[in-house]
Design a protein around this ligand. Sequence first.
Ligand code: NAG
Ligand code: NAG
Length: 342
Amino acid sequence: MHSFDVLFSTLAALAASVGATPLNSRQAASWPDPEACTGNCTYVHDPSVIRRSDGTWFRFSTLGNIAIATAPSLTGPWTYEGAMLPDGSSIDVIAGQGLWAPDVSLLDGTYYAYYAVSSSGIQTSDIGVATSSSADVGTWTDHGSIGIPKSSAYNLIDPNFFQQCDTCQNYFSFGSAWQMIYQTELNTDWTSWSGETPSQLAYNGSGSTFEEGSFQFWWPVDGTDYYYLFFSSGACCNTPPNLAPAGDEYKIMVCRSTSPTGPFTDEAGNNCQTGNGGTLVLGSHGSNVYAPGGQGVIVDPDSGLIALYYHYVNPTIGYNFDQFLFGFNYLDFSSGWPVVTS
Ligand SMILES: *[C@@H]1O[C@H](CO)[C@@H](O)[C@H](O)[C@H]1NC(C)=O
Ligand SMILES: *[C@@H]1O[C@H](CO)[C@@H](O)[C@H](O)[C@H]1NC(C)=O
């Protein structure tokens, strides 16, 4: 997300790098518009999307103690249902804190929603978890912090839980403007930190912007298990006249590894932790899509397609916080790298 980036906008503008690295993209000219979205597709930041076994789609997002919306299909119509945690979190980080960037997984019949507790510009954020047996509004129980220690090395926002199978080792990534993307593990109760010291997964030292909002995804291509690390790079939420220099606004990037713990590299072979690597999946395009990010990936059992969902700004509507839109496109992994398709 995060409103922290608003503070960074001025800095980024001032520090606008003189020979910015060219974007590593092969199809910036041909990105399609987001697929159609009906019903409530606005006021969405950092969405997390799941499909319940009865066919109901749930969309969780930053806002009002985690907004929950439901729909009969990914395209909608989306209906806002209410807040996941109407009374907030038991975590107390700072006065005026918000709950950010939910990440929801179904694990052994229970929905686990990881969320960040933070406020603009602070590094003392925390990550908590709530559970529900149905995912419906009114059924969520907060369990508070998962106990990853705070550190000057990173910031506890933008959680993502990844587990390839029910009995597989889980991996938990998070991170922000402070040294970017980190990974650790949770205990098998999925509500507490394992004690595994977080290690850095991805970092970009080449500019004034940063990487956050990581999302891990497993997909086999031609018999090889690939672990994809999607993340958002750049400035998420600037408003005119303080927009980031073109190309430094939010964009969705990916790195890949044959191990869930890395090392991750981009399509050009650059290391994503030590070599500023990252392959562009989706950036601003046309006149209607600006700064896509806060993404996730889901296999849509209705269509059999893999969807990349995200938030974005439509400049013809506006850049304000409440004007962010929910969007998605389908991905083609056949080359071994995810490509947005029309
Ligand atoms: C649309 O959803 C947002 C949360 O994403 C909510 O704040 C807003 O009230 C909803 N609008 C309507 C008309 O329900
Ligand atoms: C790293 O930062 C530069 C400058 O902001 C940007 O152009 C580039 O896309 C970023 N790369 C990654 C992998 O985040």
